[in-house]
Design a protein around this ligand. Structure first.
Ligand SMILES: Cc1ncc(COP(=O)(O)O)c(C=O)c1O
Length: 383
């Protein structure tokens, strides 16, 4: 949808693009300064698990944000959180192994699992249950072939968080299945809209620590998606294997990017709260406009920067997203995230453009619940 939106724009159409999964901010200015300075000097190879200073900065950050203490041998840096997750799957999944993925999910998880020879086991987590994985659904999905369960909070696309009790209940189930590893993708953790402290399964279930890979990075929090720096904290043996894959794959993430990430982690952190305030205002502005359509139910996300409204009735989200593109607003159908009947709208975009995009959605969907898919023909855009 992002590509189609860009093509239409290039052809002169007025399209508001709400598809993007990355902040519209620049990296903090002290990050750019550190990178510019470093670029003037030699930039050689670093260890495959990252520069010692970056591993140290990441360890300090997780101690600061989650109260977790990891040793140096328990952290590995990669080219974004994505590569850390991929490396972990690659080094642990045997053909036919199952990976439990709650839906809605970040679209990459199932594809990564398949690429590594595994079988994604998707558990639908409906809006009425807050898009959360329930302990009973988790228990029912575990088999002897289960290798991993993926947890992602705040979730992309749902923005959902787990509170202490909910996370504890999931940990109880996991205790019964010692062969299951936990991929805790916490990349959006700093982008939250409530005052409560962040609940990581690694902090809630200290006894499960040797089975948890906690994944984090600078992409979302510090608006550094293109720098490609992420890391994982986990048991030493798993971290060693992730590092071995990294070493024979791309050697390391770019040295310049690692230096920039150190500046982000060690520098002033006010930028996180400042940007959360902006995201929150945008979230509320988007929700307020979308509330004008009875065709939508709009949950208010607790974190990340996506709205994930439900199309009331039995609407086909792919057809509706096509129709909305004709109406001048690009969204991503929920089917892409394993949740048909929803749309994902990114509010990592300017407030005026977000509000305009939401107005177009309300105008296009009208007051009525969306009719069934067959009533949504694709009209080619007029020139
Ligand atoms: C849930 C989730 N995890 C991980 C990533 C990847 O992060 P990175 O850019 O650090 O690879 C994304 C990016 O969209 C994401 O949404």
């Amino acid at each position: 949808m992002a590509r189609r939106a860009a093509e239409l724009r290039a052809a002169g159409h007025d399209i508001v693009d709400l598809t993007l999964g990355e902040p519209d901010f620049a990296a903090p200015s002290h990050v750019a300064d550190a990178a510019i300075e470093a670029a003037r000097g030699p930039l050689g190879y670093t260890p495959s698990n990252g520069m010692p200073a970056l591993r140290g900065a990441a360890r300090q950050a997780v101690a600061r944000n989650r109260g977790l203490d990891y040793a140096d041998a328990e952290v590995a840096v990669g080219c974004g959180a994505k590569q850390v997750i991929f490396n972990a799957f690659l080094t642990t999944i045997e053909p036919g192994d199952e990976v439990i993925i709650p839906a809605p999910y970040w679209a990459s998880y199932p594809d990564m699992v398949r690429l590594c020879g595994g079988r994604p086991v998707i558990i639908p987590c409906p809006m009425v249950e807050g898009f959360r994985l329930s302990p009973s659904a988790l228990a029912a999905a575990v088999t002897p072939r289960t290798r991993w369960v993926v947890l992602n909070a705040p979730g992309n696309p749902s923005g959902t968080l787990y509170d202490y009790a909910q996370m504890t209940a999931l940990a109880e189930v996991l205790r019964l299945h010692p062969h299951v590893l936990v991929m805790s993708d916490e990349i959006y953790a700093p982008i939250r809209y409530a005052a409560e402290p962040y609940v990581s399964i690694a902090a809630v279930a200290i006894d499960l620590r040797d089975r948890i890979l906690l994944v984090d990075g600078v992409s979302k929090a510090y608006a550094m998606t293109g720098w490609r720096v992420g890391w994982g904290f986990g048991p030493q043996a798993l971290i060693a294997r992730i590092t071995a894959v990294e070493g024979q794959n791309c050697t390391q993430t770019a040295t310049l990017s690692q230096i920039a990430a150190i500046a982000a982690l060690d520098g002033p952190q006010d930028v996180l709260a400042e940007r959360n305030t902006v995201y929150r205002e945008r979230r509320d502005a988007g929700v307020a406009v979308l509330a004008g359509s009875s065709a939508l139910t709009v949950p208010v996300p607790e974190g990340a920067f996506y709205l994930f409204p439900r199309l009331n009735g039995s609407a086909d989200d792919v057809a509706v997203a096509d129709r909305l593109l004709e109406a001048g607003v690009a969204t991503v159908p929920g089917s892409a995230f394993g949740a048909p009947g929803h749309l994902r709208l990114s509010f990592a975009t300017g407030t005026a453009s977000l509000e305009e995009g939401c107005r177009r959605i309300v105008a296009a969907l009208g007051e009525q619940a969306c009719p069934a898919p067959s009533f949504w023909p694709f009209y080619p855009l007029s020139a």
